[in-house]
Design a protein around this ligand. Structure first.
Ligand code: NDP
Length: 491
């Protein structure tokens, strides 16, 4: 096999330009299919973090004064540049994450571009409130930026996560310092490159590389006004505690253990499609995945047979082959976590219906491949029913009654997503109203269009990304009271 590389021009993008500092801790990005390095980078030192934040502080002051329509125009222009580079970004995203090219060609850069385009347009239409007070006075509101945003992202959707935070933040007149996961450091740099080429002034988007300690610096720095994290619950609690010291605004997009409820009147083939896409897409490394699939007794056998049959037909292999459905897990460490849960599931008495074994594919012997797994006879108290696995592992549960299944679906500290398959739409609406989750689906699963708010209830997070809610979360409201009459004083 020819050697695959995706070496960026430099490790960091600060103040409008690529920069590298060899003094930072060296690290590599590995192609998960071969475990070979595709890029060599350096983590940010304290000095680099300071440089990035200082550039952001300086640039943000002027950016806040730029008219909304002009800010939006730059984001829209950047979205076009990203779309024009879609195939290049998809290839890099596949090399960085191991996700199949048949996903990255249609989802990752596209979602980033949609986000920039959407917020570019939306910010231009944003107006403020005018509130009558009495005959001679009124008030109006100003929605103002927060300042500099410090953000950290997970490794499953690198350019998407970077764009979901940058686009609304920049639209509202903020600057951003973004740290990608050290496992997938590459495409956030391309986002910064496209925004800069589109006319974004230097210093407004800064990408700094590094490990958790670099992210942690952003959560305590006095010049950071808001922290936004996409990551796990344990990191989320640390970030929030650390940001609390200086009362920074916080958005947290965290993990989940989402339920999918399939009633016995459901369209079975569609429900199976929902369960498959809600568990195995991106090799199961999706925060909102429906890892707990509850199936009503009468259709259990039929649903399970079809699910297993279709899951066995999923094609694993070379992520760059357009016919391959699933690539490897992102890392050996993540593969070990997943196989550990599979062993635990078996040990606690669940029945493994298919998959779960690791694979040594020819030409990819060092890749982190694992066959999508389905467990049956899972009980609510088992470890695989309670903890986020973040891999291609689906658990099946049976139920008979609507009230019972809602109670069991809600019996988790997570609350990211939830879904219902039923032909009875009254029941669909009734059930999702009772499900404790930030994003719910009736007769589909795991869609995240930019116009729909996305985020978690309970331990799955705080705040919302996408839609107008994101613009609100990257801004603060100032009320302006105006008196047109005389000012009365009683003494
Ligand atoms: P982590 O929580 O381990 O890391 C997320 C990011 O935070 C990384 O960039 C990480 O750096 C950084 N980080 C780690 N520790 C700190 C700290 N103390 N302060 C500041 N930043 C820190 O998550 P993963 O990367 O492992 O991603 C998987 C998790 O993300 C899953 O739980 C998944 O559910 C969740 N997720 C949530 C989504 C959502 O929208 N709700 C979407 C996608 C994933 P480093 O990588 O160097 O440790």
């Amino acid at each position: 096999m020819t050697e695959l590389t995706a070496q960026p021009k430099a490790s960091h993008f600060i103040d409008g330009a690529y920069v590298d500092y060899a003094s930072g801790k060296p690290f590599v990005s590995l192609y998960p299919a071969t475990n070979q390095p595709i890029a060599h980078l350096h983590a940010a030192t304290d000095e680099i973090v300071e440089k990035a934040i200082a550039a952001a502080v300086r640039a943000q002051k002027e950016w806040a004064l730029v008219p909304q329509i002009e800010r939006g125009r730059i984001l829209i222009e950047a979205s076009k540049l990203i779309r024009a580079r879609n195939d290049e970004i998809a290839r890099i995203e596949t090399l960085d994450t191991g996700k199949a090219i048949q996903e990255t060609l249609y989802v990752d850069a596209v979602s980033a571009a949609d986000n920039l385009e959407y917020f570019g347009q939306l910010v231009a239409t944003m107006t403020n409130e005018q509130i009558p007070v009495n005959e001679t006075s009124f008030a109006y509101t100003l929605r103002e930026p927060l300042g500099v945003v410090g953000a950290m992202g997970a490794w499953n959707y690198p350019i998407q996560v970077a764009a979901w935070k940058s686009a609304p933040a920049l639209a509202m007149g903020n600057a951003i310092v973004y740290k990608p996961s050290e496992m997938t450091p590459l495409t956030a740099l391309i986002l910064a490159e496209c925004l800069t080429e589109a006319g974004l002034p230097a210093g407004l988007i800064n990408i700094i590389q590094g490990f958790g300690d670099v992210g942690a610096k952003l959560t305590t720095h006095p010049d950071i006004a808001k922290v936004s994290l996409t990551g796990s619950v344990p990191t989320g609690t640390k970030v929030m505690a650390s940001a609390a010291e200086s009362l920074k605004h916080v958005t947290l997009e965290l993990g989940g253990k989402s339920p999918l409820i399939v009633f016995d009147d459901a369209h079975i083939e569609n429900a199976v499609s929902g369960a498959i896409m809600g568990n195995f897409y991106s090799t199961g490394q999706v925060c909102s995945n429906s890892t707990r699939v509850f199936v009503q007794d009468a259709i259990r056998e039929k649903f399970t047979d079809r699910l297993v049959e279709r899951t066995k037909a999923i094609k694993l292999g070379d992520p760059l082959d357009p016919d391959v459905h699933l690539g490897p897990m992102v890392s050996k460490a993540q593969l070990d976590i997943v196989t550990g849960y599979i062993e635990q599931g078996k040990a606690e008495g669940a029945t493994l219906l298919c998959g779960g074994d690791t694979l040594k594919l020819q030409g990819f012997e060092d890749g982190h491949f694992i066959k999508p797994a389905i467990f049956d006879n899972v009980t609510d108290d088992m470890t695989i029913a309670r903890e986020e696995i973040f891999g291609p592992v689906l658990s099946l549960f049976s139920f008979s009654d609507e009230d019972e299944v809602i109670a069991r679906a809600n019996a988790t500290p997570f609350g990211l997503a939830a879904g219902v398959f039923t032909k009875d739409l009254a029941r669909g609406h009734r059930v999702v109203r009772r499900l404790q989750a930030g994003t719910t689906y009736i007769n589909n699963f795991n869609l995240t269009p930019v116009g729909v708010p996305f985020g978690g209830y309970k331990m799955s997070g705080i705040g919302r990304e996408n839609a107008a809610h994101a613009l609100e979360s990257y801004s603060q409201v100032k009320s302006v009271f105006v008196e047109l009459g005389d000012v009365e004083a009683g003494y």
